[in-house]
Design a protein around this ligand. Structure first.
Ligand code: COI
Length: 358
């Protein structure tokens, strides 16, 4: 899309919704008054950027997204600062990752500057939706869907890029308390060479069966092992994972089947900044359990835009339970949470250049 045809039209909503109480937000339940939409066709590429009232999208039942899952999404957040300002956290990194997902799923690339400009305008229109209670934020969900209405298996010739926004509190019902994780030993989330590192719907749909079973046993989420040997720790679908073993923080190395989390990367940078030893490497579930059994597993936590920093208090692998950090939030997890959310909300200085003021 060129500068000449990227002017965003704005149709304001005439029916403003009632805003939910900030201590009752949950995650992804309420949506703001407006949304951003842009179309793609082979002839015109990305065109017709517009902000409209939040509304249902009308698609042909043959649209490829329904049949072949050609779709990708992102997740990022906007925060209110104490002085009433608004800031985004690493938006360029999110849209860069979106383009990597697009590439993997044969979706046309988006101009990152256009996407950021669109988001900033949408936030300006709906700025009174950004909550300011501690632990809350405005979750932003950009996504692309394949809209061409033909059933042949081929990349769609038409797409829509949409951004919706939702004021949110904690992702997990536990809030900031430790979550319990079930290690999945039968099903797998992704294999190297597949689409595991793309933020595409199928990765999440494929996880639901295990998640449901884990929930029935009282676990919040599922920890996935590698797709071929069921031996090495990968991620938890909604978050990357970190383990403090004998003073060193270990997180699974990116291998093509793990999502390259932006919070994951931020935590690694933060730990290096603090001179805390951090390793990105293969970590087997057996090594982790051995550390748990011999007392060298000190803390565990997950990282994600939605999950922020979620301490892990208990794991279950093939019936063997591991209680970590006595089931309470560890000191390092707490420091990372405080510093990261402090940077995000402007309460703590940002030496990394992560924050973008809107
Ligand atoms: C995010 O953290 O933004 C995610 O995409 C995780 C999830 C809610 C699917």
């Amino acid at each position: 899309m060129t500068a000449a045809n990227n002017a965003i039209s704005i149709e304001r909503s005439l029916n403003k919704k009632t805003k939910p109480a900030q201590d009752q937000l949950g995650f992804g339940i309420y949506f703001t008054d407006h949304m951003f939409v842009m179309d793609y066709s082979v002839e015109r590429e990305w065109h017709n950027p517009r902000i409209t009232p939040y509304q249902p999208i009308v698609l042909d039942p043959a649209a490829k997204v329904f049949h072949y899952g050609q779709t990708i999404f992102e997740g990022l957040k906007a925060y209110k600062t104490e002085d009433g300002g608004i800031q985004l956290f690493r938006p360029r990194d999110n849209f860069a990752r979106m383009n990597r997902s697009n590439d993997r799923m044969s979706v046309p690339e988006l101009d990152i500057d256009v996407a950021i400009a669109a988001l900033e305008q949408l936030i300006a229109v709906d700025q009174d939706w950004i909550p300011d209670l501690p632990g809350t934020s405005l979750y932003i969900r950009p996504f692309v869907i394949a809209t061409q209405a033909t059933l042949g298996v081929s990349p769609s010739e038409n797409y829509q890029f949409i951004i919706i926004m939702s004021p949110v509190g904690a992702y997990y019902p536990e809030g900031i308390n430790p979550v319990k994780i079930h290690v999945e030993s039968h099903y797998v989330r992704a294999v190297v060479g597949g689409v595991g590192e793309a933020k595409t719907a199928g990765n999440y749909a494929a996880a639901l069966k295990s998640q449901q079973a884990a929930k029935e046993e009282g676990y919040t989420q599922v920890l996935w092992l590698d797709g071929t040997q069921h031996k090495y720790i990968e991620e938890v679908g909604s978050m990357n994972v970190f383990f403090k073993i004998n003073g060193t923080v270990v997180t699974p190395a990116l291998n093509g089947s793990i999502l390259a989390g932006i919070t994951r990367n931020s935590v690694i940078q933060l730990l290096k900044h603090w001179d805390v030893p951090v390793e990105e490497r293969v970590l087997s579930i057996e090594e982790l359990y051995e550390a748990g059994r011999n007392g060298t597993l000190e803390e565990a936590f997950g990282t994600g835009t939605a999950a922020v920093i979620s301490p892990i208090g208990e794991m279950n692998w093939n019936g063997e339970k591991l209680v970590i950090s006595e089931g309470v939030t560890g000191q390092l997890s707490k420091s990372i949470y405080d510093t990261l959310t402090g940077i995000q909300t402007g309460a703590v200085a940002d030496p990394f250049g992560w924050v973008k003021k809107v």
